[in-house]
Design a protein around this ligand. Sequence first.
Ligand SMILES: Cc1cc2nc3c(=O)[nH]c(=O)nc-3n(C[C@H](O)[C@H](O)[C@H](O)COP(=O)(O)OP(=O)(O)OC[C@H]3O[C@@H](n4cnc5c(N)ncnc54)[C@H](O)[C@@H]3O)c2cc1C
Length: 382
Amino acid sequence: MPDFSLTPEQESLRDLARKFARAEMAPQAAECDRIGRFPEEIYRKAYELGLMNLNVPTEYGGSGLGVVDQCLIVEELAHACGGMTTSVIANCLALEPILLGGTPAQKERILSPFCAKYQLASFCLTEPSGGSDAGGLKTRARKDGDQYVLDGEKCFITNAPHASLYTVFATVDPELRHKGITAFVVPRSAAGVTPGKDEEKMGHRASSTSTVRFEGVRVPATDRLGAEGEGFSLAMRTLDQTRTPIGALATGIAQAALDHAAAYALKRQTFGKPIAEHQAIQIKLANMAQAVHAARLLTWHAAWTIDHGAKGTLESSIAKCFASDAALEVADEAIQTFGGYGYMKAYPVEKLLRDAKLTQIYEGANEIQRTVIARELLQKYA
Ligand SMILES: Cc1cc2nc3c(=O)[nH]c(=O)nc-3n(C[C@H](O)[C@H](O)[C@H](O)COP(=O)(O)OP(=O)(O)OC[C@H]3O[C@@H](n4cnc5c(N)ncnc54)[C@H](O)[C@@H]3O)c2cc1C
């Protein structure tokens, strides 16, 4: 059984993230959401505090944290702003394929200079023709001597307009489907790389999302991660690692919704008493608290499983799927607790609902998570 007590180091990591989230992120969250501002100065501070390249070992200049530690940080950040958190943790997603598939020489050559200063990286898997069916991606990688030439377009790429490095998944032969997919590291400065303009989004508006075009981009074979055809497995193994922190991100949003709802319920009076004294509201708050607690425990369990050397595909899919569904439900109930004020942008809870929604979609939509859960589950009965 996992031990849920935190070490003194974990307590101080969580305190550091909480203080940063409350002092730097929370005061800017509503305004960044309103105007869709990408607060780079906040991301720079997150980097300076060691809250950005969480999964990169310290020998390459990262924070060298396990998944439990990452989840503690991510939940605190997301409590203040889901969108900022998405941008802060996008480096973990983008750099994980290098950690999993890079040679020691590639890690030293690419990660050490990257992590030595504030920089952003993007994970480029999804394409306009589809994200769930990643095995069918169309971006081509043609071998030309000791180089590859990349052509194609990615979409919905977090931080793409601001990133200096992309991990790109392309196929050496579309006929081979997932067996042709190969991963590359591509600097933004390479000729033929063009990020698109920032998308207008429903939520996570402090984060930046755009297309990236690759037109005749020449990549040295030394910047290929793993062998040709290993990219699909690398992408899936990456998502196995990074999906659990999305559960933590969803938990942070849900906890914020519960905190706002409970505080409001104690203040708001109807029929001569605080609405917190009406049983219907108490039941609502109790259900919200159960959902938040269960989301956190499932997330911690998945993180613990991965930190103990297991792949954690089943556990991370369960955690991400449950926590994101819980975040949406809890944010919805928080709005209901606020009544009409909950629907107003002047109050914080409608943003939480919009931010929660994304957690059901990205890093594998929840329909795909349920497919994965069913597949893993049924294997045990076959
Ligand atoms: C704000 C934002 C940030 C993102 N950041 C990144 C990023 O940094 N890098 C990146 O690569 N991608 C990123 N994504 C893309 C994201 O991962 C995809 O949107 C997601 O995987 C779904 O792909 P899709 O949008 O093409 O939907 P589709 O694959 O077209 O799916 C549409 C619907 O059909 C369902 N569906 C599809 N296939 C099946 C099936 N077999 N069974 C049941 N249901 C199915 C899906 O669950 C979904 O509900 C981001 C997306 C958003 C919105």
